[in-house]
Design a protein around this ligand. Sequence first.
Ligand code: UDP
Length: 337
Amino acid sequence: MKILVTGGAGYIGSHVAKQLLETTTYQITILDNLSTGNIETIDILQKIREFHFVKLDLKEFEKVKELLEDKKFDVIIHFAAYSVVFESMQNPMKYYLNNTVNTTNLIECATKSRVKKFIFSSTAAVYGDVKQNINISENTPTNPINPYGMSKLMSEKIVQDASKVSNNFKYVIFRYFNVAGADMYFSENELSPRVGERHEPETHLIPLVVKTALGKRDILNIYGEDFDTPDGTCIRDYIHVEDLASAHIEAIDYLDENSSDIFNLGYSRGFSVKEIVNNVKEITSINFKVEVVERREGDPAFLVADNSKVLEKMKWRPKFDSLEAICKSAYEWEKSL
Ligand code: UDP
């Protein structure tokens, strides 16, 4: 089986590529323009098993077409996209062009070159601000409140429309909640992640907390403690990137026997910002500086998945549903940089 992983040098794509290389014998091609992905990640992955790396931007439509016609992939797992919400509000076209237009072309080339399965990386941002503190199911109405979420929702519709007119083009769309943590690789009994999160600039909570614990930042700002939650800080459903990645591998086999579908990926439980901060303080025994500041624009109080659909329909089972595993692997990864 031939698999193309777009965005395989990025955070989530690299964990999926790593698992594909370690646990399958499929022929893997990674496509990445290295704009936010990292060449060192490619070098590290090459040490696991050989694969084909193509440095290419998806906006190069002709080259994408040639690659797909030449390689005749069976499966595409599509991660390549921009994902900074704040940036998407300042520069929406950047998001619509890369996330939606380039995805449209990729899908067009995929159907023409007879790709059979398309696994698409989407986001809980398609739901927008749900307002009620209840777990979000796939039936919750979609209502994105920023161009990032909208660019992904539009891509979801395009994947679905393409599949409607081609019985041989099946899809799984995954809507991710808050992905965190790093490779759970152990070397001499020590957790030693080989791949992990490297965003520049970093805006996500867990990497910022571990950077602060390591003294790479002076202070951790908590964006508001007057939300309608037990400790007043926002609650999110943090899912370990290794569990998120394994769902993609499972989706490949799932489509052999099942029809196309959309699944939330989360653990159906949430942690507050203060719980994350306290957990990192506890596991590192480092008492770093924390300050409560104004709310950040657009942050909903509560964003937690209802993951019953994926558990019911797919064989996927999480292995790292532990805040400690998430924070410890994020910390060890950051320490190694
Ligand atoms: N957050 C925070 N301080 C930070 C970064 C994030 O208090 O330096 C909070 C943010 O307000 C949100 C939660 O942490 O409630 C998760 O934010 P993140 O950016 O990681 O993910 P999001 O849920 O916004 O996609």
